[in-house]
Design a protein around this ligand. Structure first.
Ligand SMILES: [Zn+2]
Length: 249
């Protein structure tokens, strides 16, 4: 059986076998090719959706550009993933949750307004005591929340002393200030104004100041400031993506 037929068979097993079992077989197929997932280590000729920046997805673990960036970033900051860390993960992205669970040493809680997370709750009314979490991951959530101030207040409230909250959102770098208009309510109008039918604002270059209003010190980490073009290309990251790290002010 040639390599392609082997891989066809193995694809049927994908998701049923642990990554460590599948990895040697994937590398038979992909060893000559050019991109590599930071999360699961898979190598491909290209990621799915390669013509749609932002959505270039790993065919093996499902990780997208922002997940690959966040995982790469976290790998260099393992102090945030110390054993016993209490982690709160909003709107949990499955690829990221799976990677965190491979480390298997946290007290992990996932939350979403929709079904699918461990706890169904509203970020503006979190059912947790003050200072409950050492690391909060809140990626692509804030742009959906009407009451930004209440969400930030809750993020600050449940963060433990010395803890960190990671926020990622779409940002329009061409805008000096965040755009929001309460009269824009229809899905079509929101798609035009805010890039997606269920977004309620489009963040601009004032994003750090807005997050700081919740009582945080905010440190932005932009992909192209941390990694050279070869790394960005190999992992197919978005060069302008930013991770905002919030700590108590
Ligand atoms: Zn992957």
């Amino acid at each position: 059986m040639n390599n392609d037929r082997v891989m066809t068979r193995l694809r049927h097993l994908r998701g049923r076998l642990p990554v460590r079992v599948m990895r040697p077989f994937r590398q038979i197929r992909y060893r000559k090719t050019g991109v590599e997932c930071t999360m699961c280590g898979a190598r491909f000729a290209r990621f799915n959706g390669a013509t749609h920046p932002g959505n270039r997805t790993c065919d093996y673990c499902g990780g997208m550009e922002r997940h690959r960036y966040l995982w790469l970033w976290l790998q260099a900051r393992r102090e945030l993933l110390a054993p016993g860390a209490r982690i709160l993960h909003f709107a949990p992205e499955l690829p990221l949750a799976k990677q965190l669970h491979t480390l298997g040493r946290f007290r992990y809680v996932s939350v979403d307004l929709q079904p699918g997370a461990e706890i169904r709750a509203d970020i503006t009314r979190l059912p947790f005591r003050d200072g409950s979490f050492d690391l909060i991951i809140c990626s692509h959530v804030m742009e959906h929340i009407d009451d930004e101030a209440a969400a930030l207040h809750n993020l600050r409230r449940v963060l433990a002393p010395g803890g960190r909250t990671i926020v990622m959102v779409p940002v329009d770098d061409t805008r000096a200030t965040t755009y929001e208009d309460a009269r824009i309510v229809s899905p079509d109008d929101r798609t035009v104004a805010y890039w997606q039918h269920d977004h309620v604002r489009l963040y601009g270059r004032d994003i750090s100041q807005r997050l700081a209003a919740g009582g945080f010190d905010v440190s932005p980490f932009r992909t192209e400031d941390l990694y050279d073009a070869a790394v960005i290309d190999r992992h197919q990251l978005s060069a302008t993506e930013q991770i905002f790290v919030l700590s108590e002010a």
